[in-house]
Ligand binder design. Structure first.
Ligand SMILES: *Cc1c(COP(=O)(O)O)cnc(C)c1O
Length: 370
């Protein structure tokens, strides 16, 4: 337990929106690997990406992700740089050759807005639903969504990290390729991956440090890639090179490998991970709901995220007081995203239930004293 005056909060109480908290057991392995990866005898920071050892790391990482998601051989599993933001561009650059219909996008929050902004540099598009008039406080119901049968693809974001909104179902038509940014809930629960044609997720919310982005792409989508793309921006370059087209982020990929081992061996798979994440979220939302309006959840109840719990207090002054007191008490990363303010507790895979319990206790105490 950190002392009440701790200025440097404990890793265990890190509620950061991203890069997020990683499991302590993995941090300990990473710490050792900085000095020396046992089977190599070198620091992870100085191992060649052209070594046989690294090729085996990439293979195991790919195998682990396939096993966790139940992916078959129709998918390619890639590890790229450029973050989710690069995918906002690579997706429309890759999937529209020869298409005359417009791709369809959902505008559900801060990150959707960024995805739309980048896509519009490349193509006109159709916004199927816009949550901005609702202040991004809710997600669409099925009856509000008229998907076209001839759209080249549908793009949406499974978890809006800033607003704390999460879809709890798969959207769209089975005959239109689904493209999903799962950056902030990837590998936090089973996701019916086989119903998507392209999934992308950077590592730094749930599964590792910044620097690597996982892309799962169905083979049939490669037929639409134009031939004049720069090599790096062509998914086929990375497929051919086994994610080793140019120097990949060796360290970040190694940490993601350790996380996937942890998910498989220590946690026992994504269904178990989901149960743990549901427990954490339930505890936090209960603290909001039992506060008689002292803490006000941002998201409509049916659309609440299991990853990012965003809420407000009565006014900004009280929020500042809450955040200052929480830092004093050893909690880190609770400030809301700079775009929306307020408070946000991100409770990614690496954060333990005990951290959430400590936070809910702190919240009850704070509300009582206020
Ligand atoms: C954080 C986040 C991003 C931004 O990703 P970068 O890797 O910084 O480009 C995109 N989408 C979602 C859903 C996010 O949570």
């Amino acid at each position: 337990m950190p002392t009440p005056t701790a200025i440097n909060p404990n890793n265990a109480l890190n509620f950061s929106g991203g890069p997020g908290a990683l499991p302590q057991v993995v941090l300990t392995q990473v710490q050792a690997a900085i000095q020396n990866v046992p089977e190599v005898g070198l620091s992870i920071l100085g191992i060649s990406h052209r070594s046989d050892w690294f090729a085996a790391i990439v293979q195991e990482l790919e195998d682990n992700i396939r096993a966790l998601l139940g992916l078959d051989k129709t998918y390619h599993v890639l590890f790229l740089q450029g973050g989710a933001t690069q995918q906002f561009s690579m997706v429309p650059m890759s999937l529209l050759a020869g298409k005359t219909q417009l791709p369809e996008y959902l505008h559900t929050g801060y990150w959707s807005k960024k995805a739309l902004f980048e896509a519009r540099r490349i193509t006109p598009l159709r916004v199927l639903w816009d949550g901005e008039p609702h202040g991004f406080s809710c997600l669409p119901r099925d009856e509000e969504l008229a998907f076209s049968a001839d759209a080249p693809y549908l793009h949406y974001i499974s978890n809006e990290t800033v607003e704390g909104l999460q879809f709890n179902r798969v959207l769209g038509r089975d005959d239109v390729p689904r493209v999903c940014d799962m950056s902030s809930d990837f590998l936090s629960k089973p996701c019916e991956a086989e119903r998507f044609s392209l999934i992308y997720a950077h590592a730094q919310k749930n599964i590792g440090p910044a620097g690597v982005t996982v892309v799962l792409i169905r083979d049939e989508l490669l037929h639409n890639i134009p031939d004049n793309l720069p090599g790096w921006l062509d998914y086929r370059s990375h497929i051919k090179a086994h994610s080793n087209y140019n120097t990949p982020p060796v360290f970040a990929m190694y940490v993601v490998l350790l996380i996937t081992r942890w998910l498989r061996q220590d946690i026992g798979g994504l269904a178990n991970m989901a149960l743990m994440n549901e427990q954490k979220a339930a505890a936090l939302y209960a603290a909001l709901d039992e506060s008689h309006g002292f803490y006000r959840g941002r998201a409509a109840k049916g659309d609440r995220s299991l990853m990012n719990v965003a809420f407000n207090l009565q006014n900004e002054q009280q929020e500042r007081a809450f955040l200052a007191a929480s830092r004093q008490a050893g909690f880190a990363g609770l400030s809301g995203h700079r775009a929306v303010g307020g408070v946000r507790a991100s409770i990614y895979n690496g954060l333990e239930l005990s951290a959430v319990t400590q936070l809910t206790q702190f919240m009850r105490d704070f509300a009582q004293k206020a």
